[in-house]
Design a protein. Structure first.
Length: 78
């Protein structure tokens, strides 16, 4: 077995959290659960949980703003 075979099987594809999951995370944090406990129970990386909580503390909402479209390579001026 090559090294690439081992690493590919251990790495999960990262996905953006949906609004419902962000709400669950924020609710658990407001209920004074530890981030490590939430991470283990929901099987979500601690960094994603921390980002959701920080977004909630800064903006007051856990909703992730969706991008409207792919950014242009060149501006209209160019």
């Amino acid at each position: 077995m090559t090294l690439t075979d081992v690493t590919k099987s251990n790495i999960k594809a990262r996905k953006q959290l949906d609004d419902y999951t962000c709400g669950l995370i924020i609710g658990r944090c407001l209920a004074k659960q530890y981030i490590t406990q939430i991470s283990r129970e929901m099987e979500i990386p601690q960094s994603a949980i921390t980002d959701s909580v920080n977004r909630y503390n800064e903006t007051g909402t856990g909703v992730i703003v969706k991008r409207s479209r792919k950014p242009l390579k060149l501006s209209e001026r160019d």
